[in-house]
Write a protein of this length. Structure first.
Length: 381
């Protein structure tokens, strides 16, 4: 079996889809499944090695309060060349971009492959996408053999999808995201460390966390807010910090691999103030695996995932930074509550190991393959 994991998000940008496909590739290869990643190029200097094929051109697009990609395959013969050479059995798309998703699936070679889509997004806030979604769904019914959604929110957009569909959530590497391991010693100074990790864009809501931190800082001098990530709203957030003379707010930029794992271990409380557009919340899962209690805004994705679970207690209506501050304060004042949520989160995160997620994905491939073969046999008769 040979699988292509296809993303339309530039690999220059950190994000949940990127982490998802690289983790899936690693697990697939442990199970002796030959796997390559296909991604668009944004810069001529990009090179990720022989297992990453750069196909198409990505244009950075700010839409609906977030960053996305518009991907074109200007040379359609490049698609044919790659598919002919690689001879993939399965094309596994992760999200879709116009027009590249359609260009690839209209190639004659894709009529021989098993075509699967994993949908990671919440498109409910985008009027533009909602207008064209019925056309997209019709195309998916024609050209896909199966659909995976990472959350109930993502799955809800595909009620009219006629082929097999399943909810398989994001996963987490339990060895990397763990309370055990090295920490950043310069932040271990008796201050309580609040942590934000994510792209600094409107929908991630960092400005509301800063306003909550401003409230808390009036009462608690031993607080620090660590911000990990880059994005178009970073300058505005830094200007807010300066204008309010807020101390102990540290912008670290993007952190990768071991440094990212270390900063999770260094923190005491994780804050996820996304106001909309979250389908699942990979950063929350990583924080839980790292032993952190989580306070978050109750956007649709976080709310549906944590409904009925212990973590639901610390969800706050989006944009309500006053209540966000109050929930964080409960954890500041109550170390035992922090420990209780920490132990629950670690236990909950074990359900989402990449080994389990990869196995469920491979089983879904098999289900879809069997149904496709039956359909082909019927058509031959």
């Amino acid at each position: 079996m040979k699988v292509a994991l296809i993303t339309f998000h530039s690999l220059l940008e950190e994000g949940g889809v990127k982490r998802h496909i690289f983790a899936l590739k690693e697990e697939f290869e442990k199970k002796k499944v030959e796997t390559k990643i296909i991604a668009p190029r944004r810069k001529f200097t990009e090179d990720y090695g022989k297992d990453v094929i750069l196909l198409g051109t990505s244009f950075k697009l700010n839409i609906g309060g977030g960053i996305s990609d518009l991907v074109f395959n200007f040379n359609h013969f490049a698609i044919e060349k790659v598919l002919k050479k690689e001879k993939f059995d399965i094309l596994h798309f992760h999200n879709a971009s116009f027009p590249s998703f359609f260009q690839i699936l209209l190639s004659p070679y894709t009529f021989k492959t098993l075509n699967i889509l994993t949908f990671h997004s919440d498109v409910s806030r985008s009027n533009f996408l909602k207008i064209f979604f019925p056309l997209f769904l019709n195309f998916c019914n024609l050209r896909l053999d199966g659909l995976i959604a990472v959350s109930q929110v993502a799955l809800s957009f595909f009620e009219d999808f006629k082929k097999p569909k399943i909810l398989i959530p994001n996963g987490v590497n339990l060895k990397e995201f763990s309370p055990k391991g090295e920490k950043f010693k310069n932040f271990l100074d008796q201050k309580i460390n609040l942590l934000f990790v994510g792209r600094i864009e409107e929908r991630k809501g960092l400005i509301y966390l800063l306003k909550a931190f401003q409230i808390l800082k009036r009462k608690y001098n031993n607080l620090r807010l660590i911000v990990v990530g880059e994005g178009p709203e970073r300058r505005n957030c830094e200007d807010f910090v300066k204008s309010k003379n807020l101390r102990d707010v540290v912008f670290l930029g993007e952190l990768k691999e071991e440094n990212l794992f270390k900063i999770y271990r260094t923190a005491d409380i994780f804050c996820a103030p996304s106001i909309f557009g979250e389908s699942f919340g990979l950063v929350i899962l990583e924080a839980m695996a790292s032993g952190l209690p989580v306070v978050a805004f109750a956007n649709e994705g976080y709310r549906s995932w944590l409904k009925g679970k212990k973590g639901e207690e610390f969800l706050v209506p989006p944009k309500d930074y006053v209540l966000l501050a109050k929930k964080i304060e409960i954890l500041i004042k109550n170390p035992e509550k922090r420990k209780e949520l920490s132990l629950w989160g670690q236990k909950e995160a074990k359900k989402y190991s990449w080994e389990k997620i990869a196995q469920k994905t491979l089983q879904f491939y098999q289900t879809c393959q069997k149904l496709k073969r039956k359909k082909i046999k019927k058509e031959e008769i």
